[in-house]
Every structure is written in structure tokens, then in C-alpha cells.
Design a protein around this ligand. Structure first.
Ligand code: GAL
Length: 367
């Protein structure tokens, strides 16, 4: 509404001065939409790339991604940009002005970026938290500034309820109490369960060396992250639920990173050799690294070892189909990005929203 008023005033001024020459919507942050940028927009007039429609209004949206250098979040942020690009194309002008920033895996950096977005009077903020333990702080900043906030990918702690049905965690409360704050994500328990089921459903139930127990290596994303915690827990829970005896040989943090996945797998293979039946990886990027080590150790997936990941990166789906990976679980980046953008638009238009949105995972095994 404020912006409509500003626009009407600006148009009136233009007519009065009879000197209105361009597609300038006012003193808004600008971004050329040409891709990701590390720099928040300068507080200069926006280049909206043409004359806005008569009733056109430009919304400025700040998007902070925990780290650009992450395979899955790279796809996700490209999907967000693509969604708003398509909306702009359909509107015929730069209706959604998106500024993407890289938080470089540093919470202090991200907090500053959010504060900058607030100073710049962004109309909405989408945030992929560096640390979910800071969710409450980020929510409070945005709520105090009355800027809608859509949290993505990293689930803030606790939407669990006590026996009386009350939310137990303060963070969930801070989300649930705020009509302009929500989380869009996927339930990581489901992805972990699918990983375990992929192994449990094999003819030998994962016991590839036939010694009566499934001995595994767990390569963990990052310890603070609920995706990592749930995938670690629920993959093994699914094996237990299927009545399969398991033994953990190694569980180490690989920070979602291919090189670290490779090192952890290489060390485990050196230490435990043929004793290892399965390498579970919390994501595909680390599974790519683990595969390199499996290959270097002269082992063959499907014959004398199994390997599972999560995300269904294109190269991993290919590996599942040609047998170099046992399976993966599709983490629907497009589905999640589209939902996050849709909800952002609802918020921008003043419509009411839910506080939580969930997008399903799906199993990916060889056809
Ligand atoms: C997960 C994804 C990982 C990594 C992580 C970042 O959902 O599976 O690959 O991107 O998010 O938080």
C-alpha cells in the first residue's frame, strides 16, 4: 500500500513537471537480475528494465543463502531466481527485484545481511539460515521491522508438541505466533527413512559381505542441522524397524562437502576394508566423494559395497542408473523453491499464509 501511494505521488509529480522520462519506481534498491550477487544493492534508484505497467509496483526481495558453494543450494537459488524471472516476464516489467546474497557459512555475516535488507526496506526476505539456533533472532528482527520472512531449507528447531498439544520450543512459537513468518522445507525424517529402506529392500538387506550384520559408515552433513540429524537417525531406524542387525563403524561430519566425504570414506576403507557393507551419506555431494574413494580402493558398488545419498543431483541419478550408486532420495529443489516464492508473493499481496509448508521427498533407485 505504501508503495502504491509512493507510486501515485511519483506519477503525479511526473505529470506536474511534465518531465517523466523513465521506468524508475522510486528510491528502491536495485539489482539487474542477471544472477547471484554478493553485494547488497546500493540505495539508488532502481533500473526496472523498462516502463512499469500503469498499476505496476516493484517489490524488492532479499534472499540470503547460507553458502553459495553448496551443490544443492546452488540449484535452489537458481530456481528462486528463475521463478521470479518468469513472473517478471509474465508481468511485462521487473515486478520482483531479487537480491541474492551469500552468507558464506557465517552467522554473523548473515545477521548483518538481514539487517542491511531491513535498512534497505526490502518488501520481503527469504532466508536459508546459517545456524538454525539463530532462527529466533532473525525472526524477531524481521517481525520488528514488519517485513515478511520465509525461512527455507534449514528447519528451525522444534515444532514438537507436549502432551497438551502445546508447542514446546520457543523458536517454533516465534514462527507460529507470527502471521508473516513461515518455514518451507522437506521433512528430513522421510529422507532418512527412504535411505534405510533402499538398503533394507536389497536382496541381501545390505549385508553384502554375508557376515550377518550390516556394518556401515555414516557421513554426516553438519551437526547443528536437523537434515543431518534426522537422516543419520532415521536411515538406521528404518534398518532396525526392518529387523536388520547393524553396526556403526564410523560416523563423521563431512559438512555436505565432496572433498570431505572423499577423505572420510578413504580413511574408513583403509581402516575397515571388506568389513564395510554400506556407506550412508547425508547428501549426494558427499556421496560423490565417497564414490571416488570406493573406486580408488578397488571396490565395486552393488557387488561388494553399497552407497546411498540424498538430493538426487543429476550426476547421482545417472550413477544410480548405471550402478555406481545404490540409490538416492530426491530433495525437490524446484518444488521447495516454487513454494517459497509462491508464499512470498502471497505475503507481498497481504494474503494470509500457513506457518509451515512441507514438500515430499521421493526414493530414487535403478529403474
Ligand atoms: C540439505 C541438502 C544438502 C545441503 C543442505 C544445506 O537439504 O540435502 O545437500 O544442501 O541441505 O543445508
Amino acid at each position: 500500500m505504501k508503495r502504491m501511494l509512493a507510486l501515485v505521488l511519483a506519477l503525479m509529480m511526473c505529470f506536474t513537471l511534465a518531465a517523466c522520462g523513465g521506468g524508475d519506481t522510486g528510491n528502491q534498491p536495485s539489482n539487474d537480475n542477471g544472477g547471484a550477487t554478493d553485494t547488497p544493492p546500493a540505495d539508488t534508484p532502481a533500473d526496472t528494465g523498462g516502463d512499469p505497467a500503469a498499476d505496476g509496483e516493484t517489490y524488492n526481495i532479499g534472499v540470503a543463502i547460507y553458502q553459495f558453494n553448496d551443490n544443492f543450494m546452488t540449484l535452489y537459488r537458481q530456481d528462486i531466481q528463475a521463478y521470479f524471472d518468469a513472473e517478471n516476464e509474465a508481468a511485462g516489467y521487473n515486478k520482483y527485484n531479487v537480491t541474492l546474497v551469500d552468507s558464506n557459512n557465517d552467522m554473523a555475516t548473515q545477521t548483518n545481511q538481514i539487517q542491511t535488507f531491513i535498512t534497505q526496506k526490502m518488501d520481503a526476505i527469504i532466508c536459508n539460515l546459517v545456524q538454525t539456533s539463530s532462527a529466533e533472532q532473525i525472526v524477531n528482527l524481521c517481525v520488528a521491522a514488519d517485513i515478511p520472512l520465509v525461512l527455507i531449507n534449514r528447519e528451525p528447531p522444534g515444532d514438537e508438541k507436549d502432551a497438551d498439544g502445546n508447542i514446546v520450543d520457543e523458536t517454533a512459537k516465534v514462527i507460529l505466533d507470527n502471521p508473516k513468518v513461515c518455514y518451507v522445507g522437506a521433512d528430513a525424517r522421510q529422507s532418512g527413512t527412504y535411505q534405510g529402506e533402499i538398503i533394507a529392500e536389497l536382496p541381501d538387506h545390505g549385508d553384502v559381505n554375508g557376515d550377518g550384520v550390516v556394518s556401515y559408515v555414516m557421513i554426516i552433513g553438519d551437526p547443528e542441522n536437523s537434515d543431518a540429524q534426522y537422516r543419520t537417525e532415521y536411515s538406521i531406524k528404518a534398518m532396525n524397524d526392518a529387523g536388520i542387525a547393524v553396526e556403526e563403524l564410523v560416523a563423521q561430519v563431512g559438512n555436505w562437502d565432496t572433498a570431505q566425504g572423499q577423505t572420510i570414506a578413504a580413511n574408513a576403507l583403509t581402516q575397515y576394508g571388506d568389513k564395510i557393507d554400506v556407506i550412508f551419506c547425508n547428501n549426494d555431494a558427499m556421496a560423490l566423494g565417497a564414490y571416488a574413494s570406493i573406486d580408488a580402493a578397488g571396490r565395486t558398488v552393488g557387488e561388494n559395497i553399497y552407497l546411498v545419498g540424498v538430493d538426487a543431483l543429476d550426476e547421482c541419478v545417472e550413477m544410480v542408473n548405471d550402478g555406481r550408486m545404490t540409490g538416492t532420495v530426491k530433495n525437490d529443489d524446484v518444488g521447495q523453491a516454487n513454494k517459497a516464492c509462491e508464499v512470498t508473493i502471497e505475503l507481498l499481496e497481504g494474503n494470509s499464509i500457513e506457518n509451515y509448508y512441507w514438500v515430499d521427498y521421493t526414493k530414487v533407485v535403478k529403474e
